[in-house]
Design a protein around this ligand. Structure first.
Ligand code: NAD
Length: 253
């Protein structure tokens, strides 16, 4: 039985993790952490904390979906307590990335911008398609709910990095939308387009456009349990892993 501390437990993803654990005998939520009060339906027997360092206990695994500040707090608390961390927050800056890397020197840290196993398969399919279609233009369109804070999505950036790697380029030339007289499309450009509205959970389309034909690879997350299931698989992995920084490929090679 893996004992989970859920950071961001009042948020959309935190609640999805808690709901998914309810149907899985291999996991137990031992604490919720959030600056907001516990949501309706929270089990009153499970303690609730405002700060992550109060909730972390030896023998637990932290699963964090709480944004930049929560990711840093979770990284520091996990490193201090010797507790593994699964971190799902996106839109992190250099300071937050450095905090996660520092924690990974002490404990196992698994980070993913998208915990869906379907997106993992999409990434592999994109790399294969781009490798097979040299010279084709690549554009990425992502759609998310109106409450999403970071744009483009971490997954879109990850897909762009995959495309660039398949092209043999380390620093991709990203074009975030187009406006005005931008001229013809440079061949090495990767277009990124962020659509926001409604309650879209997560939708990523990679368009590959050749001469007289095009190919579209698309993944749609219909609800957040797709991410929550992947995060639980990751929690099972870090519970047994040595210190280090891991990606989702480590769980589903
Ligand atoms: P949300 O705003 O619904 O929830 C975030 C929660 O974190 C809130 O309840 C907030 O009060 C809490 N929080 C913020 N700072 C905190 C802190 N310092 N300590 C404790 N709690 C804190 O957001 P969401 O839709 O659940 O997404 C959360 C993050 O996860 C975002 O970065 C989002 O992009 C990312 N996300 C990742 C995946 C993935 O598969 N990796 C999937 C969906 C969302």
């Amino acid at each position: 039985m893996i004992r989970l501390v859920v950071v961001g437990a009042a948020g959309r993803m935190g609640r999805a993790v808690v709901e998914t654990v309810a149907g899985d005998a291999g996991f137990e939520v031992v604490a919720g952490v959030d600056r907001e009060p516990s949501p309706a339906g929270w089990n009153p027997a499970v303690p609730w904390f405002a700060e992550v360092e109060e909730g972390v206990s030896p023998g637990s695994v932290v699963v964090e979906f709480s944004g930049s500040a929560g990711a840093v707090a979770a990284a520091r608390a996990c490193a201090g307590a010797g507790v593994p961390l699964v971190s799902g927050s996106t839109g992190l800056g250099d300071v937050e990335e450095a905090a996660l890397r520092a924690a990974a020197e002490r404990v196992a840290v698994l980070r993913a911008a998208n915990f869906s196993l379907g997106v993992l398969a999409l990434r592999r399919a994109v790399r294969a398609a781009v490798g097979a279609l040299p010279g084709w233009d690549v554009e990425i369109v992502e759609r998310h709910h109106r409450g999403k804070k970071d744009s483009p999505s971490g997954t879109a950036l990850r897909l762009a990095a995959d495309v660039a790697a398949a092209h043999g380029v380390s620093a991709p030339s990203l074009r975030h939308g187009r406006e005005g007289n931008v001229g013809p499309r440079p061949v090495d450009e990767i277009g990124l387009h962020a659509v926001r509205g409604g309650t879209w959970v997560g939708d990523h389309t990679v368009l590959l456009a050749g001469s007289g034909e095009w190919l579209e690879l698309r993944h749609v997350a219909q609800d957040r349990t797709a991410f929550a299931r992947g995060a639980l698989a990751a929690a099972g992995f870090v519970a047994r892993a040595r210190a280090g920084l891991y990606a989702l490929d480590a769980v589903e090679p």
